[in-house]
Design a protein around this ligand. Structure first.
Ligand code: ATP
Ligand code: MG
Length: 601
């Protein structure tokens, strides 16, 4: 019920289109029904000689006029109703996209991309059908049915009407059951098809892995099985469709036969005229479609409502992370003092595992905090919490002394320039990718950020330079190039001439660059610190972080060690052993560089 009200809001905005469309539809039906009556009148008039040439011509002109009205009416209803349905589809799609992008990470973790895509394609299509084609069919079928039956009864004969209609009723009932079976087979076909697309998509995205593991043949066999299944499901639909036509012909044939027999009998006995007899045969033909349509309508209404329900479900999902009562609108800028206060956190769908436990840290504006720890120890979770992809308990994280929830979300996210661990570039030019999210998109600023991120020289070497298109539609960047483009994007927010984000987070963002380049990037970042930018660096290499003011060593979500480089070395704990190991590796590399380049052998 609620979803009907939801759809009603969209329909109401286009009420005049529906009104005009339905008026046009009604006109077409009304005119259509009178054409056989006119033809009958001419025949009768010509038979009994009461119609002279002039009268016949008048009726011919009227029929021509009716033809014109039908043509205009048909254009009208398609134009108005299909137009409205397409507009509603567009509006709903736009609203859905907007709503989806506001939903929290939890929602995206819990829903498969394929399902979300299906809402935007299949479900919206069914709703469009419901609000367009089905509206027309339902209205048209009802009006036609009533008008034709009334004309059959009043203009010709009630008895004959009964005889002709009974076999046609079989169509309506049969079509309803046919629709049900067909729906199941359609669904199976749809599933087989989406399975097939999924498989092709995975193969294409994972082609490197497939080739590297020489799995082409195995994938081919798996794909053959999928296509075979899709063919089978398709044939199931085709078989049923193929059966439908002869059965329909049989029923219509029976009805026509009965009409001819009984109608002929009535005409011979003078109960109806020849003209009425001819008109009646046209009417029987006109009844077939509405009778079928009733069954079809029931199926497409049930499909459309199911899709509408799924779409409505998305709108019922409330974005969890939004500005609320706690938000203090007077906070318009941040300085960048970050405090973690006994921070404890578990992901919403894995409540039993504490990813972070009792982590307390304070970083003043301009200071650098380094986070170190084994893989899975909770390092990347800290940046996610700082930009509020997930919420924590009140007071556990504060910036400039404000609880995160007090800071307007826009201000918070504007204030943090973050390089995520898995850098993502859009299918767009490098300039747009680096300027993504920045107000200042000028080439000069982009170049400035790219130079700080040590990617400028690489970009300058491409034939199209900053206009090089990357991502799926363009060139493939190396892992290190991607990372540095991603760093440049964050620096646009915090280091470019007019940028002012006070906090910079690098989550393992230097893992794919060599140590020399890493050094150069870190030196460039030092100048930011002088400008009071707070920096958080997540890393695995001690060389990356040894200059940091605070080093936080995490072990399984807990603070294993905390202090400066010198303090931690003196501690002789996890940090010290990691340092010794990496020192040793460095010495080995310096003594035998060729061994290292030869790889693990
Ligand atoms: N969205 C999520 N939902 C549930 N659990 C998650 C989610 N993201 C991460 N985790 C879990 O939280 C733990 C910490 O993950 P996190 O990404 O913070 O580790 P990390 O220290 O950054 O590791 P790495 O060095 O490999 O990047 C892991 O056990 C991981 O499985
Ligand atoms: Mg990580």
């Amino acid at each position: 019920m609620k979803q009907l009200r939801f759809a009603g809001r969209y329909v109401a905005r286009h009420w005049w289109q529906y009104l005009l469309g339905i008026a046009a539809l009604y006109m077409v039906d009304w005119v259509n029904v009178y054409v056989p009556e006119f033809t009958g009148r001419i025949i009768d008039g010509l038979t009994d000689g009461s119609l002279d040439m002039q009268g016949a011509m008048r009726i011919v002109w009227m029929i021509a006029g009716m033809g014109l009205m039908i043509a205009i009416g048909r254009f009208g209803w398609r134009f108005f109703i299909f137009g409205a349905a397409r507009s509603i589809e567009r509006e709903m799609r736009g609203d859905m996209y907007g709503h989806l992008s506001r939903l929290s990470m939890r929602y995206f973790n819990q829903h498969k991309t394929g399902d979300l895509m299906a809402h935007f394609t299949n479900d919206l299509m069914s709703v469009r059908m419901l609000l367009g084609m089905t509206v027309i069919t339902a209205f048209d079928a009802t009006v036609m049915l009533v008008l034709v039956l009334m004309n059959m009864i009043t203009y010709v004969s009630p008895k004959l009407t009964c005889v002709a209609v009974i076999p046609l009723l079989v169509i309506t009932v049969g079509d309803f059951f046919y629709g049900k079976i067909m729906h199941k087979r359609f669904k199976a076909r749809q599933e087989a098809f989406s399975h097939l697309t999924d498989q092709v998509q995975e193969t294409i995205s994972g082609i490197r892995v497939i080739k590297a593991f020489v799995q082409e043949r195995k994938e081919l066999y798996a794909f053959a099985a999928t296509t075979e299944n899709a063919k089978e499901k398709n044939l199931n639909v085709v078989r049923l469709q193929a059966l439908m036509m002869p059965v329909m012909d049989l029923i219509i044939g029976t009805s026509t036969l009965l009409t001819l027999l009984y109608g002929g009998y009535l005409a011979i006995h003078g109960e109806i005229t020849v003209g009425q007899f001819v008109a009646f045969n046209s009417y029987v033909g006109m009844l077939v479609w509405p009778m079928m349509a009733v069954g079809e309508c029931i199926t497409s209404i049930s499909q459309g409502l199911a899709s509408l329900g799924r779409i409505f479900g998305i709108f019922q999902e409330e974005p969890e992370i939004v500005d609320g009562e706690q938000t203090d609108e007077s906070i318009t800028a941040l300085k960048g003092e970050i405090t973690l206060n006994h921070l404890t956190f578990a992901y919403p769908d894995m409540q039993e595992i504490r990813v972070l436990e009792d982590v307390s840290v304070t970083v003043k504006p301009g200071e650098t905090l380094a986070v170190l720890g084994r893989t899975g120890s909770g390092k990347s979770t800290i940046p996610s919490l700082l930009v509020r992809l997930y919420d924590v308990a009140d007071g556990m994280i504060t910036i400039d002394g404000h609880d995160l929830k007090a800071i307007p979300l826009g201000v918070l996210r504007e204030s943090i320039a973050c390089v995520p661990q898995d850098s993502f570039l859009f299918s767009d030019t490098l300039q747009n990718n680096i300027a993504f999210g920045s107000a200042d998109k000028t080439l000069a600023s982009v170049e400035y950020a790219a130079k700080l991120a040590c990617i400028h020289e690489n970009i300058a070497a491409f034939p199209d330079q900053y206009q090089t298109v990357v991502g799926e539609r363009g060139v493939t960047l190396s892992g290190g190039q991607k990372q540095r483009s991603s760093i440049a994007r964050a620096l646009m927010k915090t280091a470019a001439p007019q940028a002012s984000s006070p906090i910079l987070i690098l989550d393992d963002a230097l893992s794919a660059v060599d140590t020399d380049t890493e050094r150069r990037i870190l030196d460039n970042l030092k100048q930011l610190r002088a400008e009071n930018r707070t920096t958080i660096i997540v890393a695995h290499r001690i060389s990356t972080i040894q200059d940091a003011d605070h080093i936080l060593v995490l072990d399984d979500g807990k603070v294993a060690e905390y202090g400066s480089h010198e303090e931690l070395l003196a501690n002789g704990g996890l940090y010290k052993s990691l340092f010794d190991k990496q020192q040793l590796e460095k010495q080995l590399h310096e003594e035998h560089p060729a061994d290292q380049e030869g790889g693990a052998l």
